[in-house]
Design a protein around this ligand. Structure first.
Ligand SMILES: [Zn+2]
Length: 306
């Protein structure tokens, strides 16, 4: 069984997106409650804040100013989907800090795998802009930390969220030390991630049509993305773990089930074992059906620990 650490912080519940918003604090409560119930002996660590220096490896000073220094007294929209509330800066700092701390723990040999149960999600945030429910691209901050502090030469980011991680792709589009592997539903926000978007050969995108289901999802990963990931020989595997491809999700139609997320997680662990001494950090991204999110997070954590 792999050594496992969970990272979270109560401040992640204080990012207040407002009534009726899909990316709500109840998402994280559902994940934590279900995972605590299923795995009561797991060790959880309170996520530290990311530092400005860590954020500035991937983000522009203007975005840090907007998120961290505007101190809003009420919710203000950053774009039609993305809100900054009084608690958002602290939540974003803890979410990014979780990824940094988990990456350090894995690379220092304190654990094999780590799961960051945090919000807001991150993979749509670009170097200069918050968007798509995301303020900072936490997984990109974690990858940049692995490159800069630990000198890794090959870090893989795997993104099975139903949406394309346009922010992560844009940040590392010209960085061959980071390879990005994503399957996502066609025709959805943010309308990027075609198979032709290859960066410097480090971007690997596959579009799946609505209604694909688990069989097509698994075959797509087996035929193209997993062989490419294996050939990259990642020293560290980072996972943008969104569960909005589940059949119950209100924002998408990819029709996966919890066992499909357990399957891809096990495949990623196999590759992490083969090339990176098992080192894997997963970060929560999307997932908007509370019941499905809870079920999928339990399946994911179960496969991470197996
Ligand atoms: Zn998503």
């Amino acid at each position: 069984m792999a050594r496992f650490l969970g990272y979270t912080h109560p401040a992640c519940l204080d990012h207040d997106t407002g009534p009726g918003h899909a990316e709500c604090p109840e998402r994280l409560e559902a994940v934590l409650e279900a995972v605590h119930h299923a795995f009561p002996r797991l060790e959880w660590i309170e996520a530290p804040r990311a530092t400005r220096g860590q954020l500035l490896r991937v983000h522009e000073p203007m975005l840090l100013g907007r998120v961290l220094d505007s101190h809003p007294r009420q919710r203000i929209p950053l774009d039609p989907d993305t809100v900054l509330s009084p608690g958002s800066a602290e939540a974003a700092l803890r979410a990014a800090g979780a990824g940094v701390a988990a990456t350090e723990a894995v690379l220092n040999g304190e654990t094999d795998v780590a799961f960051c149960a945090v919000r807001p999600p991150g993979h749509h945030a670009t170097a200069g802009a918050a968007m798509g429910f995301c303020l900072f691209d936490s997984i990109a901050v974690a990858a940049a930390h692995a490159l800069d502090k630990f000198g890794l030469a090959r870090v893989a980011i795997i993104d099975f969220d139903v949406h394309h991680g346009n922010g992560t792709q844009a940040i590392f589009n010209r960085e061959p030390a980071v390879a990005y592997f994503s399957s996502h539903q066609s025709g959805l926000f943010p309308h990027t991630g075609s198979v032709h978007e290859r960066g410097v050969g480090n971007m690997h995108n596959v579009l799946l049509p609505p209604g694909s289901g688990g069989f097509r999802f698994r075959n797509t990963w087996l035929d193209t993305l997993l062989p490419a990931l294996d050939a990259f020989r990642p020293q560290l595997v980072l996972v943008s773990a969104g569960f909005d491809a589940h059949l119950s999700d209100p924002l998408a139609d990819l029709m996966l089930e919890a066992e499909d997320f357990a399957w891809i997680t096990a495949e990623l662990r196999t590759i992490a074992d083969r090339h990176g001494e098992g080192r894997l950090v997963s970060m929560l991204e999307g997932g908007y059906s509370l019941d499905a999110l809870a079920e999928c997070a339990v399946a994911h954590v179960g496969a991470l620990r197996a």
